[in-house]
Design a protein around this ligand. Structure first.
Ligand code: PLP
Length: 370
């Protein structure tokens, strides 16, 4: 037996297990979670209930046409025209972000932001690719890459690229003959109408970008599992990806796809919007408290994450222990998202409203006592 030796190069993924270890048996307020806390929209539930009564065998690997058409319609108000053959229904963004790498050479050099959602790094280490890291901001023309990851709105920092900034990345990708893997998992949280919610709102992006999206946070589908991947014909990669999917994937369940179609319907969008508004209300409560306490942060305005600078130059884990032991508040240490996350801390607007209100109350109280 010869195993893939690249797996021995993976760093032990200890972030969430370490958080679980440090908080075991403690009654804590959980502001670290990246999972939704509100239920599915009523229109989604009834669509799935009805679909469960209809018999279906295997569906199309690429997704049912009714859902691919619904995705095309979802993009139209963004000013993005898609063909339904460019849409691939997935069981969530995480799978396809990893699977897409099947169609690229293991010799490719990959550009990954730091800090970032850890899946991009680990999936490339597994394939033995060379990774170079980039800070949030403009591309460095001196750095060459074949595959470029962009996550906007960003997890963990909550930052969002504007159109000019994204255009610079598209131009850079075209100049390098590179592909952009654009993770739009949090696009539904963008409030500023000037900010792009799809990379295809940028001229020429269809030549060089693949976009991944998810209903996990948009529609509370973290447990239901559905998303989509857009592979424009102009990239020259559509047929390759179709070949990969028809070989290795048998599609998302009919019931789930009917639920996803309902989530993207006008009624579904309104109902999901109410949940997103609630989460963004949570973000506002956190930001108001941090403003009052004079703690520096990013995000929260167009993303469900607030990325704060640990006070008093504490490291991420020192601040984690401080919040846990003084206030019984749990967040996520920034160092868990890459070396550039050190000294930072992520709070999540997906936490329960009562936990957020109580947690911010404790922080305020403590600052008065001090
Ligand atoms: N991309 C980012 C940036 C995420 O934060 C997450 C989940 O937390 C995902 C993708 C995965 O989403 P899904 O649940 O659709 O697999």
């Amino acid at each position: 037996m010869k195993i893939n030796d690249n797996y021995s190069r993976l760093e032990k993924s200890y972030l969430f297990s370490e958080i679980a270890r440090r908080t075991a048996g403690k009654d804590v307020l959980r502001l670290g979670i990246g999972d939704v806390t509100l239920p599915l929209a009523p229109v989604v539930i009834s669509a799935m209930q009805h679909a469960a009564t209809e018999f279906r065998g295997y569906g199309e690997e690429q997704g049912y046409k009714f859902l691919r058409d619904a995705v095309v319609d979802y993009y139209a108000p963004k000013g993005v025209g898609l063909e339904n053959s460019e849409v691939f229904i997935s069981d969530g963004a995480k799978s396809d972000l990893g699977n897409i790498l099947d169609i690229f050479s293991c010799d490719a050099t990959v550009l990954i932001p730091n800090p970032v959602y850890p899946v991009y790094v680990d999936t490339n280490i597994m394939a033995g690719r060379k990774i170079v890291y980039a800070k949030w901001g403009a591309p460095d023309p001196e750095v060459r890459a074949d595959i470029i990851y962009i996550c906007s709105p960003n997890n963990p920092t909550g930052e969002v690229y504007n159109k000019d900034e994204l255009s610079a990345w598209v131009e850079y990708a075209i100049a390098n003959n590179a592909v952009i893997l654009f993770d739009a998992a949090y696009e539904a949280f963008v409030r500023d109408p000037e900010l792009p919610t799809s990379i295809y709102q940028i001229p020429n992006a269809k030549k060089c970008a693949i976009e991944f999206c998810s209903l996990s946070k948009t529609a509370g589908f973290t447990g239901v599992r559905c998303g989509w991947t857009i592979v424009p014909h102009e990239t020259g990669l559509n047929e390759l990806w179709l070949r990969r999917q028809t070989t290795k994937f048998n599609g998302v369940s009919y019931i789930v796809q009917r639920g996803a179609q309902a989530a993207l319907s006008p009624q579904g969008v309104v109902q999901n919007r109410a949940n997103i508004d609630h989460y963004m209300g949570n973000a506002k409560i956190i930001m108001d408290a941090l403003d009052e306490l004079g703690i520096e942060y990013k995000g929260g305005k167009n993303a469900p994450y607030i990325w704060l600078k640990c006070p008093d130059n504490m490291t991420s884990w020192q601040y984690f222990d401080h919040l846990l032991n003084k206030h019984q508040i749990v967040g996520t240490p920034g160092a868990g998202f890459g070396s550039a996350g050190e000294g930072h801390f992520r709070l999540s607007a997906f936490a329960k409203r009562e936990d957020i209100v109580m947690a911010m109350g404790r922080l305020r109280e403590y600052s008065i006592l001090r």
